[in-house]
Design a protein around this ligand. Structure first.
Ligand code: HEM
Length: 405
């Protein structure tokens, strides 16, 4: 294989960012590639690597063959390389009809009204965070803003009290950075589960005006007024932190870095704030914080020249799709006015991101506030990446700023 030889199952291989050269070669030469097992490969197994946009869309569109739950003789499954025992039990690890039921229940929390209520709160939070930036001195933008705003948003959704928020986020971050085959290492998941159980019990007893309370009490009339079970709720709680907080944090950190590194694009956005909408889509395409998903093949099938077997693990790489020059003109050019922009940073199909509207809102509010209040951004040093093959993002972004006069 040309480009940097990369073990895609090794988190540490991503500590210099996404291996674009490898994937450009794969798209051109071996679009459905068999990745042999390495000492780092979860469950000691190899897996398929699908890199072209159109082929990935075909996988998203065909869940009966490419399952988010499991396939063949497997007992585990899910959407990460490692077989998860929670397959079939968590929203994103299920197929229809079970997925549809769970999604209908949690959708009840993510209404337009619920998002609108969050907006004012987000403005306030963003202002408070910016107030604390030390002018003229170096500080870490990831800690001070990129991690905080999305974390606050998820905590507002889940009704997590202010005093517990930073601790909860630390657990997620330590879990992500641990050298583990799981997206978040098991020892940290256990601590978050404990916390989730307590808060869910509290919402059952005393419903509040937050989305978690809505979801805890939501029922499905066409399913005997079924509610989510405690286990389903705990799983949902745990899913939201990596799914919602880490991804948006990474879009903010890497997105701001990219804008500062492209001063002509940043100036254009400042001059024409109505470009914010397309700028956000370009940031999500460029940063693609959730870089691959796994599916399990459910039947023997020929797929673009490859012979897939029931039970095989197959990975689809959205970051690669979002740089495919068969779809995007000059995909390695960052263009805040890019139209059309059919990126799949939020996935596609039945599992398309539940929080996409919230993520767009956070990015809109957060970036608009930063540009409204700050005149100069100066970045220090090269990028430092979080070593994780599933969630791509900057560990730190040392920044110096000047407020507007
Ligand atoms: C820039 C930020 C975000 C990105 C790039 C992103 C990306 C994605 C992607 C690619 C998927 C598809 C998973 C699959 O096909 O297996 C997904 C699903 C999901 N996302 Fe997001 N996400 C973001 C923000 C959020 C936020 C803010 C939330 C919640 C508040 C959220 C909650 C979820 C959930 C619950 C799912 C599973 C949906 C299902 O399986 O039906 N995400 N996200």
């Amino acid at each position: 294989m040309s480009g940097r030889a990369v073990d895609l199952s090794d988190n540490l291989a991503f500590d210099e960012g996404f291996p674009h050269a490898t994937f450009t070669w794969l798209r051109d030469n071996d679009p459905v590639h068999w990745h042999d097992a390495t000492p780092k490969s979860p469950d000691g197994e190899g897996f398929w690597v699908v890199s072209r946009y159109d082929d990935i869309m075909e996988v998203f569109r065909t869940p009966a063959i490419f399952s988010s739950n499991t396939g063949g003789e497997r007992t585990g499954g899910g959407t990460t390389l490692k077989d998860e025992r929670a397959a079939g039990k968590v929203l994103n690890y299920t197929d229809d009809p079970q997925h549809k039921t769970l999604r209908q229940l949690v959708n009840k929390g993510f209404t337009t009204r619920a998002m609108a209520l969050l907006e004012d709160n987000l403005h306030e939070r963003a202002n408070l965070l910016i107030d604390s930036f030390p002018e003229g001195q170096s500080f870490d933008f990831v800690q001070a803003f990129a991690r905080e705003l999305p974390l606050q948003a998820i905590c507002m959704i889940l009704g997590v009290p202010q005093e517990d928020r930073a601790h909860l986020c630390d657990l997620i971050e330590l879990g992500l950075e641990a050298d583990s085959p799981n997206v978040v290492a098991v020892e940290y998941i256990k601590k978050i589960q404990e916390y989730a159980r307590e808060i869910i019990a509290e919402k059952r007893r005393n419903p509040a005006d937050d989305i978690l309370s809505t979801i805890v009490h939501a029922t499905l009339a066409d399913e005997d007024n079924r509610q989510l079970t405690d286990e389903e709720l705990v799983n949902f709680f745990i899913l939201l932190f990596p799914a919602g907080a880490e991804t948006t944090r990474n879009a903010f950190g890497y997105g701001l870095r990219t804008l500062v590194e492209h001063p002509e694009q940043l100036a254009r956005l400042r001059d024409a704030p109505d470009l914010m909408r397309s700028a956000i889509e370009e940031i999500v395409r460029w940063t693609t914080p959730s870089i691959y998903k796994r599916r399990t093949v459910t039947q023997d099938i020929e797929f673009h020249g490859a012979s897939l077997k029931a039970g095989d693990k197959l990975t689809i790489w959205e970051m690669s799709a979002n740089r495919d020059d068969r779809i995007f003109e000059d995909p390695f050019t960052f263009d805040i006015a890019r139209i059309p922009n059919r990126h799949i940073g939020f996935g596609f199909g039945a599992h398309i991101c539940l929080g996409a509207a919230l993520a767009r809102l956070e990015l809109k509010v957060g970036l608009a506030k930063l540009f409204e209040r700050i005149s100069d951004f100066e970045i220090e040093g090269p990028p430092q990446w979080v070593p994780n093959n599933r969630l791509l993002g900057l560990k730190r972004l040392p920044l110096r700023i000047r407020f507007k006069g």
